[in-house]
Design a protein around this ligand. Structure first.
Ligand SMILES: Nc1nc2c(ncn2[C@@H]2O[C@H](COP(=O)(O)OP(=O)(O)OP(=O)(O)O)[C@@H](O)[C@H]2O)c(=O)[nH]1
Ligand SMILES: [Mg+2]
Length: 220
């Protein structure tokens, strides 16, 4: 890290099934507001959020992606260079949980080693209508090396925690020299043991999702 007054730009991406609350989480965090009716996201919306952590100024570039299948080929191009992935499902919608494996395959194939991943079970305020138990989601997160949070974009529960925790972890890795920021729009890359940057697109450095289900590129 250099001058703490110079902000570090980090790219976050929010993914998950349509209607699980990705946009609501992003707007709760950036605007402190909740909208009960929101239009579906078409491709990707990027919002910048400045914050200060550990005396370090940071600007998060948050990519809120569309969950609908028809936009997936476009949204896939936004994974690359993300410091953090927030993989969201709706705790009241079992299908959104059952699709997580498919989303994780994209994460493994499209992010670089070192990306921090969080699994976010949203709509906690509707927990009486739960279709996914906390323990089941936590077990899935543990099996796949993900941090697990339950949030409510409606009440604001844990929303800030997700973003701040992920930022905290990334800043720690940057301080340790394990990650470095490549450019102003928040791309990050691993610094290899020999001091060279890992080649992000090297397929040999990717984990083949068909070989092991319990692993991820995410180092969390
Ligand atoms: N009760 C409740 N409703 C929520 C919550 N989060 C989102 N919603 C509602 O769920 C609906 C879908 O939310 P969005 O944020 O638009 O969902 P999305 O994941 O961005 O959907 P796509 O853009 O189509 O991928 C909206 O009516 C939101 O108001 C929450 O925490 N609690
Ligand atoms: Mg949306």
């Amino acid at each position: 890290m250099t001058d703490p007054n110079d902000p570090i730009h980090l790219k976050f991406i929010i993914i998950g099934e349509a209607n699980c609350g990705k946009t609501a989480i992003m707007r709760r965090f950036t605007e402190h507001k909740f909208y009960s009716r929101t239009p579906l996201t078409v491709t990707v919306d990027i919002t910048k959020k400045p914050l200060t952590l550990q005396d370090q100024n940071v600007v998060l570039h948050i990519a809120d992606t569309a969950g609908q299948e028809r936009f997936r080929s476009v949204t896939k191009s936004y994974y690359r260079g993300s410091a953090a992935v927030l993989l969201v499902f709706d705790i009241t919608d079992r299908t959104s949980f059952e699709q997580l494996g498919m989303w994780l395959t994209d994460v493994r194939n499209l992010t670089q080693t070192g990306t921090v991943c969080a699994l976010v079970g949203n709509k906690f305020d509707l927990q009486l209508q739960r279709e996914v138990e906390f323990t089941e989601a936590l077990a899935f997160a543990d099996d796949n090396g993900l941090h697990y949070f339950e949030t409510s974009a409606k009440t604001g529960l844990n929303v800030e925690d997700v973003f701040l925790n992920m930022t905290w972890i990334i800043l720690g890795r940057i301080k340790e020299g394990k990650l470095k920021v490549l450019s102003e729009n928040g791309d990050v890359a691993l610094i290899g043991e020999d001091g060279d940057d890992d080649e992000i697109d090297d397929p040999d450095k990717k984990i083949d999702p068909s070989k092991k289900t319990g692993q991820s590129n995410c180092n969390c």
